[in-house]
Write a protein that binds this ligand. Sequence first.
Ligand SMILES: NCCCCC[C@@H](C[SeH])C(=O)O
Ligand SMILES: [Zn+2]
Ligand SMILES: [Zn+2]
Length: 305
Amino acid sequence: GFSSYYEQYHSLDEIYFWMSQMVRNYPSFIQQILIGPSSEKRLIYVLKIFKGTSPPKGAVWIDCGIHAREWVSPAFCLWFVQHLIGTQDKVIADIVNTLEIYVLPVWNVDGYEYTWTTDRFWRKNRSRNKGSECFGTDLNRNWDVNWCGKGASKDPCSQIFCGEYPESEPEVKAVATFFRQRLNHIKSYISVHSYSQMLLFPYSYTTSNSRDHAELHHVAQKAVNVLKSVHHTSYTYGTSAQTIYLSTGCSDDWAYDMGIKYSFTFELRDRGRYGFLLPMHLIKPTCEETTAAIIEMLYHIVKTV
Ligand SMILES: NCCCCC[C@@H](C[SeH])C(=O)O
Ligand SMILES: [Zn+2]
Ligand SMILES: [Zn+2]
């Protein structure tokens, strides 16, 4: 049937144009924030969405496209922004009138472009590695939290190369700086990946539970139940190390240890039938169920501020 703009994958240039159009069409609700350059000097933009008339009580952060080949992730961020702006839903109104929503539609801009031009299965960024023919660092292993321990690699040719040192990558430095400038303002960190159908929360670097395990487990359980109610999609959920694998230098563990309690990572559809090549016709159901889950989480969070 008719496939709208939001049921297709879009190139980096199309997404830059989309961002400029959203800011032009909704200047009172959406602002574009330049957070820094990528290693190939492309620009990384965050959209800030807020509809409140009184000052916000806090902010939440959602990033997409940290891993280049996970195309449904940026597709979700575009869908989610459109949904926040386009619906009159009371729950959403409550959220966007109370919290600022920061959305980073494509984090790994160089890698994403590379998957459109050269290698559909590229994961890392495209920075040069000294003394190696291999390019790229895994932006989800480059954070200053148990950096380069188990579940990361010091081999520049590895898909999980941790980088030369913590925050060595401009894409990571840009987001880390953004967070350090807003630490007590940002209440939640949500990172959107694919694929596996999982909702994960700290820790990745240890199988131990965090001090907020009970609450994070409760929020994840409710979110997964809401997600399932939309199209019967089953998700597993739990701490990363207990649910998927041990990994160090991850963005969500870093955010949590910086004091951002509500720190989550989504692995969207599917479970391997299509994997990273999720067909266009599955973008809509995937985004509908994920939006419902995240709205449920934000509704929980907005009641705590
Ligand atoms: N700490 C992040 C949750 C566990 C790993 C997530 C996946 C997404 Se592709 C990874 O970065 O390997
Ligand atoms: Zn990923
Ligand atoms: Zn993944």
